[in-house]
Ligand binder design. Structure first.
Ligand code: ADP
Length: 262
């Protein structure tokens, strides 16, 4: 039953098929490469807070008998632990988002509620830095998608706007709609971002100033998560920024047309 002779006829379709398979392989290799890089980055990023934690504990163990110093170290341990928890949660979130074609939940979402919830969620951090976060709403659009993920996206943008503003600054979240596209813009008058960094900040773990990001509890994953959430909703996220003037991050999503809600 062996095949004695094989005629290979390359039909146009066959060519296309071969090409498709080849592309698929290239894509698979690229995906594999990205996965490897991600794993390397993750272990590197995890080592930093874990190293800090064990160093702090070690110092206390070796007999810091000044109670004020012990308290200060305990505070640092708590801060590092918080950052570590956030990092782990975000790593899980990003892996989940990358493994999906579209969002888990696909329901009508009221963007005004999303904006309000994001601002409320950031209230404590805003207060700590004496930053006033206000909203400017000119529409009440409904989009199809996952409410919790959209809150996560806007919340990340608001948290950044607060983290990268000077104390006492102002942050505005605007909500508008035009030609079937809803836009949520988070506007700050903070430190801004150099043009050369603007196209890279959506990459995982990319930070313009790692020390500042770390001290504000940043993980370098926030904007990458925002990008993935936008993509999963067939939307976009873009940045406008100028150093020492401020930044505006805009999330755009197709609105749900009236009468088509299932
Ligand atoms: P991080 O956890 O470090 O904030 P992100 O992915 O959220 O990570 O952001 C990546 C980098 O982009 C930040 O480290 C910071 O350098 C820059 N960035 C993000 N948002 C802002 C902003 N509103 N103003 C200035 N820089 C920002």
């Amino acid at each position: 039953g062996a095949i004695t002779h094989v005629h290979v006829r390359v039909t146009p379709l066959g060519d296309e098929l071969a090409l498709a398979v080849a592309n698929d392989n290239t894509e698979m290799r690229a995906a594999e490469q990205t996965r490897r890089e991600f794993a390397t980055n993750v272990s590197h990023e995890l080592k930093t807070p874990v190293g800090a934690l064990s160093l702090l504990a070690e110092t206390i163990e070796e007999g810091a008998d000044d109670p004020d110093m012990v308290r200060e170290f305990a505070r640092k341990i708590r801060k590092e632990s918080r950052r570590l928890t956030k990092l782990i949660q975000e790593i899980i979130e990003i892996s989940r988002l990358q493994g999906e074609e579209s969002v888990r939940d696909h329901k009508p979402v009221d963007l005004l509620a999303v904006v309000q919830e994001s601002i409320d969620g950031a209230a404590l951090t805003a207060d700590q830095r004496r930053i006033e976060v206000s909203s400017a709403v000119t529409a009440d659009p409904v989009v199809m998608g996952d409410h919790d993920l959209l809150v996560m996206a806007v919340r990340n943008l608001v948290d950044n706007a607060i983290a990268y503003s000077e104390e006492g600054g102002k942050v505005t979240v605007s909500l508008a709609e035009e030609d079937g596209v809803a836009s949520v813009a988070v506007i700050d008058r903070g430190i801004g971002i150099d043009l050369k960094d603007q196209e890279r900040i959506f990459e995982r773990f990319y930070r313009t100033d790692p020390a500042r990001s770390r001290s504000t509890g940043g993980t370098g994953l926030g904007l990458s998560i925002v990008k993935h959430i936008a993509l999963r909703h067939a939307g976009t996220v873009e940045v406008w920024s100028q150093p020492s003037v401020g930044s505006t991050f805009t999330l755009r999503l197709q609105t749900q047309e009236e009468g088509t809600v299932e």
